[in-house]
Design a protein around this ligand. Structure first.
Ligand code: NAD
Ligand code: AKB
Length: 326
């Protein structure tokens, strides 16, 4: 069933994950074979000059079809989405982009006989009734956010397209992603990125979650590796498709602050929980990712100390050069 990937469309290429996945895909497949797309331009001038870009709103099916036909696309990495916090502020937008956008991508993939599609899910697919510690692969999916319910629907829809139409759709339930290139786009785990920028610039940070809010997290290099490894896996070995649990580390804001203090001893943290606390309280504290390990060999490389060291090294260097991007 596994077909060859030749021409790729990446949606949401201006976002936190998309902007870094774009570099990986260009390196692997050649810049001319990867069409970046978003409703916002790419921020990094190097990325802009590095290959084709199309403005493409995923809620507009005809526009997706047009880009796919123009560029002879056979594979889609679908990163365009509205995340949890923005989704609670504007649930109608989250429904439209995440549900209709995902449906449009899957229908386009079906009609064009695509080789493969990647559609991410999230730990937001879980809810307060889900076992919170070491959350199993098969469990209760009753999220209380609009974002979460669109992620559950996306997983189920992807599974339907695999079984009903033979479209090869793959995806993971990502934890919060920590990175230093593009800032996160309106999620509940965003504090775990903002804290590093504030630590380097001001030696202090006020966190919008409580000090004991334990959440699953992952460093960007592991996130990118999970995407490329899952997309390269042998389809016949996969019993799951677009709903793989994925884990790397879990920590609280207080534990992250302590890990930062190893490098910046005078770093201070304060807590002012806001509406995102209720979202965090409904998500798991840790994840059982044994299905991903068994079916396609998933293994993360970065734990908390390694992530903190690398983030602070990169951001401190950028600060010294006067190039810290906030
Ligand atoms: P992001 O918010 O940083 O980027 C999303 C991109 O989608 C943005 O550049 C935005 O302009 C674009 N977009 C929004 N509406 C659009 C539309 N109508 N048409 C086309 N593009 C549109 O998100 P991200 O963090 O890069 O997330 C990528 C995927 O990974 C999403 O599906 C998200 O749910 C999932 N995910 C992310 C995380 C994380 O911590 N970053 C965790 C779990 C899952
Ligand atoms: C968010 O916080 O919304 C995302 C996610 C975990 O899906 N980072």
């Amino acid at each position: 069933m596994t077909k060859t990937i030749t021409r790729i469309l990446l949606t949401g290429a201006s976002g936190q994950i998309g902007s870094e996945l774009l570099k990986v895909l260009r390196r692997k497949h050649g810049p001319a074979n990867v069409v970046a797309s978003d409703i916002q331009p790419l921020a990094d001038p190097e990325l802009c000059d590095g290959g084709p870009f199309e403005f493409c709103d995923v809620t507009k099916r005809e526009r997706i079809e047009d880009v796919v036909r123009t560029h002879g696309i056979d594979t889609i990495y679908h990163m365009a989405a509205i995340l949890s916090a923005t989704g609670e502020k504007n649930p109608q937008l989250a429904w439209n982009v995440n549900i209709n956008g995902t449906y449009n991508i899957l229908e386009t993939a079906r009609e064009h006989g695509m080789a493969r599609v990647f559609i991410p899910s999230s730990i937001a697919a879980f809810g307060p009734e889900t076992p919170r510690a070491n959350t199993p692969q098969e469990t209760i999916l009753r999220p209380k956010t609009m974002y979460g319910l669109t992620k559950v629907a996306g997983e189920l829809l992807a599974d339907y397209y695999v079984r009903r139409f033979g479209v090869d759709v793959r995806g993971c339930r990502f934890p919060g992603i920590i990175s230093h290139e593009t800032l996160p786009g309106g999620g509940t785990t965003d504090y775990a990125v903002a804290i590093f920028y504030e630590a380097v610039k001001n030696r202090r940070y006020t966190c919008f979650l409580r000090e004991d809010s334990r959440l699953p997290m992952m460093y960007m290099p592991d996130c990118l590796k999970s995407v490329t490894d899952l997309m390269a896996a042998d389809f016949d070995r996969l019993r799951h498709h677009a709903d793989f649990n994925l884990a790397a580390m879990s920590f609280t804001p207080a534990e992250l602050a302590a890990a930062i203090r190893v490098h910046i001893p005078d770093f201070a943290i304060a807590y002012a929980p806001d509406f995102r606390q209720a979202i965090a309280d409904s998500w798991p504290t840790s994840i059982d990712d044994s299905a991903a390990r068994e079916e396609w060999g998933w293994k993360p490389a970065y734990d908390l100390p390694a992530t903190v060291k690398d983030m602070l090294d990169v951001l401190s260097r950028r600060q010294a050069e006067g190039k810290l991007n906030t």
